[in-house]
Design a protein around this ligand. Sequence first.
Ligand SMILES: [Zn+2]
Length: 60
Amino acid sequence: MPAEPAKPKRNGAKPCPVCGKPATAESHPFCSERCRDVDLNRWLSGAYAIPGRPADDEED
Ligand SMILES: [Zn+2]
């Protein structure tokens, strides 16, 4: 499971990866629980899209 993005850490507040607003300690690394939820759903969608992808080499 992707715990954290492999990005170099910087000093200071990181911008929310969803909307770009300054992240808060409560919803780190997002600015709010809403954005965290958005990112989670976004990730889940991608996670399901990759393994759920049918064989593209469809030989008939
Ligand atoms: Zn946000």
